[in-house]
Design a protein around this ligand. Structure first.
Ligand SMILES: [Zn+2]
Length: 276
């Protein structure tokens, strides 16, 4: 593996890809198991992953010798800042949370890669500010709502649409957020973090087979897909079979109604039908 050339005009260290791989293995050993990563957001293993990241960031310094300034915004996103001569910021980052049994690189590659960028410029007099961001609950694995922290920062999060979400144990999202210092009604205040962002770069593992098939190491993202989730409820009316003949139309089977209502083809990837 070759090291990146030293950037023009800055006296930063060359990036050390081997150190990124070592970090990824350390994180996987700390918060993963035989089935993969277990850093579901708002859980103790996610907190452990963040503590690990904070420990790494404590070894990165601004040019004045102060450690990187680390803060958590009102949506739970973690930011680390190396102040430069301008407050305009280049932001690098991704998400340290995972789905249950997640891949060891998904999100974590972007975080450890960003950490390496900060190490590269640790102690360097930077023309612009350099920031790392770890978006909170990008995967949405626990409450079924992805992009929590990033949508809050972008201003597209609607607290009223999330207030009633529960996890598998019946715990409410706002209660769980509160345990982590996040108030759902204040989450969009995270938008102030974007005020001086001049550029955002995220390194992410490819989520398809194209680069591998073409033998390419890296490629830019040219577009993306939106995700919609629909819960469709079919209601019926029960009545005794036999004594309530179909011709009187008092029996309405939710199951057969649902079976007749086939989802449109483009929905068929992931659909769940509820009936009662
Ligand atoms: Zn990801």
């Amino acid at each position: 593996m070759t090291s990146a050339p030293e950037p023009l005009g800055l006296s930063g260290q060359p990036a050390q890809p081997d150190r990124v791989i070592a970090d990824l293995r350390e994180l996987a050993a700390l918060t993963g198991g035989p089935e993969g990563a277990r850093r579901v957001c708002w859980t103790p293993e996610w907190v452990a992953a963040r503590d690990w990241l904070r420990g790494k960031l404590a070894q990165v310094y601004s040019s004045d010798g102060a450690p990187a300034q680390v803060e958590v915004d009102p949506a739970g996103n973690l930011w680390a800042t190396l102040r430069g001569r301008s407050a305009d910021a280049v932001v690098v980052g991704s998400h340290i949370d995972s789905v249950p049994n997640g891949g060891w690189l998904d999100g974590a590659l972007g975080i450890t890669g960003a950490l390496e960028v900060l190490r590269q410029y640790s102690g360097v007099d930077l023309p612009v500010t350099l920031r790392l961001v770890d978006w909170a609950d990008e995967e949405g694995a626990r409450f079924g709502r992805s992009l929590f922290g990033s949508s809050a920062a972008a201003g597209t999060l609607d607290p009223d649409a999330l207030r009633a979400l529960r996890d598998r144990d019946g715990l409410l999202l706002p209660d769980v957020l509160a345990e982590h210092g996040v108030r759902i009604d204040r989450a969009r205040d995270a938008g102030s973090q974007l005020a001086r962002v001049a550029a955002y770069l995220e390194l992410h593992i490819e989520q398809g087979p194209v680069l591998e098939e073409q033998g390419l190491a890296i490629g830019p993202v040219l577009g993306t897909f939106g995700v919609e989730r629909h819960a469709i409820r079919f209601s019926g009316r029960t009545s005794h079979a036999g004594s309530a003949p179909r011709r009187l139309s008092v029996r309405r089977s939710a199951g057969s109604g649902g079976a007749r209502e086939r989802p449109p083809p483009r929905w068929r990837g992931h659909h769940g039908l509820l009936h009662d």
